[in-house]
Design a protein around this ligand. Structure first.
Ligand code: 13P
Length: 250
């Protein structure tokens, strides 16, 4: 049985003060048996959130890391730095990072390995642009991105990875993928993992849907055979909405 995972991706929102106010509101509420709850926050919020969520089941994630152990990489953060803070997850290869910060399939692969090296679990994003969907290339794009992401990663680590299928045209647009379409692509990604690692790994790996998920539609996605959770931007920013998302994944 795969444990559903709801992860909020706060993107570049919330000061420390705002993050702590959120934490106070969701403690004890965005905690539901059988559902993993993760807040992926800006770097500056991470120490305060780890402290605030101590003694709760809510986990904290980052939104990026560098692949090197350390070095002359101005402005970057390493896996070791995240681990030291007590961060459990890190989003890798989000489409916004691919689009605005030159993230490539190759850097995604290196970052996944760096995350695991320091015991931080990657949430790896894949997904097609609108023009790729319209050209019937959704599965091709997901195949290229998934296979590149997992290149050289051993089976045991592959099974622990979380994949987030986020069609780019559905991010922040209010135009969510239908649950059937999302499930079809996610089932296809699971088949790809089966091809790379075999049935056991494919059955174990968790694959989320992301793109305009809200309290009103989360249950529909969670009811699908292959969707194991959601990576949520906008609707994860308000405590009441985040609590409903976690409850909806039960
Ligand atoms: P929205 O939920 O705001 O569409 O964002 C999705 C996303 O990019 C999560 O990583």
């Amino acid at each position: 049985m795969r444990k559903p995972i709801i992860a909020g991706n706060w993107k570049m929102f919330k000061t420390v003060k705002e993050a702590l106010a959120f934490a106070e509101e969701v403690k004890g509420k965005a905690e539901v048996d059988g559902v993993e709850s993760v807040i992926c926050a800006p770097f500056t919020n991470l120490p305060a959130l780890v402290e605030a969520f101590k003694g709760t089941t809510i986990k904290v994630g980052a939104q990026n890391l560098h692949w090197a152990d350390n070095g002359a990489y101005t402005g970057e953060i390493s896996g070791e730095m995240l681990k030291e803070l007590g961060v459990d997850y890190v989003i890798i290869g989000h489409s916004e990072r691919r689009e605005y910060f030159a993230e490539t399939d190759e850097t995604v692969n290196k970052k996944i390995k760096a995350a695991f090296k320091y015991g931080v679990t990657p949430i790896v994003c894949v997904g097609e642009k609108l023009e790729e969907r319209e050209a019937g290339r959704t599965k091709d794009v997901c195949k290229t991105q998934t296979e590149a992401a997992f290149a050289g990663l051993d089976k045991e680590l592959a099974a622990q990875t979380v994949i987030a299928y986020e069609p780019i045209w559905a991010i922040g647009t209010g135009k969510s993928s239908t649950s059937e379409d999302a499930n079809e692509v996610i089932a296809y990604i699971r088949e790809l993992i089966k091809g790379l690692y075999g049935t056991e790994t494919a059955e174990a790996i968790r694959i989320q849907y992301g793109g305009s998920v809200k309290p009103a539609n989360v249950k529909e996605y969670m009811g699908m055979s292959d969707i194991d959770g959601a990576l949520v931007g906008g609707a994860s920013l308000e405590p009441a909405s985040y609590i409903q998302l976690v409850e909806g994944a039960r």
